[in-house]
Design a protein around this ligand. Structure first.
Ligand code: GDP
Ligand code: MG
Length: 361
């Protein structure tokens, strides 16, 4: 499941954004307070799922979800990351950057300076990772001295390479790995390795300015060139107010501000793009459901998202793109027109595929 962690200085608007993302469509009891972290699912808006549900009238309609994590900053600390542990398991980090001006909401560093905050946060992620990598190297070396060490040459090499990059101020998302190293590396859960979405929380007057343009103007051209970094603008507080209106009124207000679509849709879309995620569907009278996977996922691994048994006993997947299915109105009609294919385990799932897995138990 996709998890995205909200980070940023106190007053940036993290909790406001969290509420905007998770309240609108999550039905009931979403933002369960766990310790001082709020964890809440947001349903991924997808008109294709709505239309598939019209076709099947299923008992259950299940959209894909993204889980957002919002940590409460300790009141005494201006630090951007008070406790990174809940973010280690996130697939992506959303850095809410304070750009709005409001004397009633003081910034911990007083002056509003998005470029400073973006760079300071990157440094903080890098320092947190450096501490983790160095501790890990020490532990392995200690085990070695005691003669306890297993074969950890690959791990040590990877950690040393990471330390070298981090000491040079390079976030780990900028590094390239071969496949085996990438798998090992994922286990470390480094923060600076996670894709980063800069969410510029802007004044209403600047809502229509593309975030990338605003950040370039603030001197962050080099930063935006880094791999795994994207940016978008929100006006968290006013968008939260707008989200409480009738959908038709809300659309008009958003258009007036120069924002295209609701905050939830824009943030989810940007997060999907950043992570290279796509959706596929399963359909039936019981349930129509959307699933998110990384682009490039093979049919067998996609089946494993649904159920581990389906991956283990995978035989074939029956696949049809959702457009012809919606146009023809039934799988039977699609079959007549040879639009339903049987695909093997290595078939790479495409965005919008409707799949039916055949598997042996
Ligand atoms: N003027 C203005 N105030 C905002 C905006 N977003 C959030 N705030 C206010 O700023 C304060 C801090 O926001 P909050 O979401 O709690 O920030 P956090 O500390 O990052 O969680 C709250 O009083 C919000 O209502 C915004 O876009 N414009
Ligand atoms: Mg907060």
């Amino acid at each position: 499941m996709l998890r995205a962690g909200l980070i940023g200085v106190a007053s940036a608007g993290k909790s406001t954004l969290f509420q905007l993302l998770t309240r609108a469509r999550a039905a009931g009891g979403h933002a369960a307070a766990r310790q001082d972290a709020s964890v809440g699912p947001a349903q991924v808006p997808d008109p294709r799922l709505e239309r598939l549900a019209e076709l099947y009238s299923p008992r259950k309609r299940t959209p894909a979800t993204v889980t957002f994590v919002d940590m409460a900053a300790r009141p005494t600390s201006g630090a951007a990351l008070v406790d990174v542990a809940p973010y280690r398991t996130a697939n992506a980090l959303l850095h809410v950057v304070r750009a709005f001006r409001d004397d009633a909401v003081p910034h911990p560093a007083e002056a509003i300076d998005p470029a400073r905050d973006v760079r300071a946060m990157e440094d903080e992620l890098i320092l947190a990772d450096l501490a983790v990598a160095e501790r890990r190297i020490e532990r392995i070396e200690k085990d070695r001295r005691k003669g306890l060490a297993k074969d950890q040459d690959a791990e040590i090499a990877l950690l040393r390479r990471s330390v070298e990059a981090l000491e040079a101020g390079t976030p780990l998302r900028s590094l390239d790995f071969d496949r085996a190293a990438a798998r090992l590396f994922r286990g470390f859960q480094f923060l600076s390795a996670k894709p980063l979405l800069l969410v510029l929380n802007s004044d209403e007057a600047d809502a229509g300015v593309a975030a990338e343009d605003a950040l370039r103007a603030a001197g962050l051209d080099d930063f935006l060139e880094r791999p795994g970094v994207r940016a978008l603008s929100v006006c968290a507080r006013i968008e939260l107010e707008i989200a409480e209106l009738d959908p038709a009124d809300a659309a008009a207000f958003l258009a007036d501000l120069g924002l295209r679509g609701a905050g939830l849709d824009r943030v989810i879309r940007a997060t999907y793009d950043l992570l290279g995620y796509i959706s596929f569907f399963t359909v039936g009278e019981d349930e129509c459901r959307a699933w998110s996977i990384a682009a490039g996922t093979r049919a067998q691994d996609a089946a494993g998202e649904i159920h581990t048994d389906m991956a283990r006993g995978f035989i074939r997947a029956e696949v049809v793109a959702c457009d012809p299915l919606l146009a023809r109105g039934s799988l039977g009609e699609c079959r007549k027109n040879a639009e339903v294919r049987l695909e093997g385990k290595d078939y790479v799932i495409r965005d919008g595929d409707v799949i039916n897995v055949r598997f042996a138990t």
